[in-house]
Design a protein around this ligand. Sequence first.
Ligand code: PAF
Length: 291
Amino acid sequence: MVSQGSEMVTLTDRAAMHAWSMEQRQEGRRIGFVPTMGALHAGHLHLVKQSLAQTDRTVVSIFVNPSQFGPKEDFDRYPRVPEADREMLAQVGCHALFYPDVASVYPEGFQTTVAVEPLGSELCGRERPGHFQGVATVVTVLFNLVKPDKAFFGLKDYQQFVIIRRLVRDLGMDVVVVGVPTVREADGLAMSSRNRYLTGEDRTRAVAIHRAIGAAKTAFEAGEKGSARLEAIARRILIDAGIHRIQYLSVRSADTLMPMKMIMTDGVILTAVKVGATRLIDNVLLTGSPS
Ligand code: PAF
């Protein structure tokens, strides 16, 4: 189904999405794509603006993908604010919103799973078994429906970005995957739809996450190249701030996410912690460039 609100078109099923994309391609327009699960914030809008600047037509999808949530995770309470999202996208100049229901993404009889392994079982994958299979599968379906020339992903979800980049290379997909630096609140907290779960005290405590990995980056830039030492610097700051539930805190190769004893160039420090009931992730590149 297609509906036209102001300038932005809303597409709600496979056929409409396919037809819209084919029309853009026939007109020679380059399509930029920003996949999201909605509850949009300034970080998402930054991705949309990058797409608007680099392509001719921008599609944003909003789909809370059930297959990437574990049975005890927050699928049911994940924030859903479609009207506010639609308004924000229209204002920023997005051309099309793809807002499918579950049956449009996973039609009856759906059996296919896309797994990027062992990358998908590392780090977040260890804590959230099956999560990245859900992500890789839905992104493959969405890429096939939207047919983008470029797709934009936030580097806040760094492992997701590396997995999608691997997937696209492995399967020979004709899409350029663009990683966009993390947008942060004024106090450094990485923007996330899940930040709205944080209570006042937890919100204050959460600031230590960026402080911790930022201190590791400062030490790296000052000459410390040992992964264990960099991890220890960040861990100390988290613990001193009262963040004890550290699911992982790891220095890896920025390219492959393989563990490395020493980082000479192109590393990344990644972490996932629980602050109160909320799981938060963040990372910073150990390369001198922002993330
Ligand atoms: O990053 C997200 O919001 C999701 O993982 C994505 C890429 C939209 C797939 O559901």
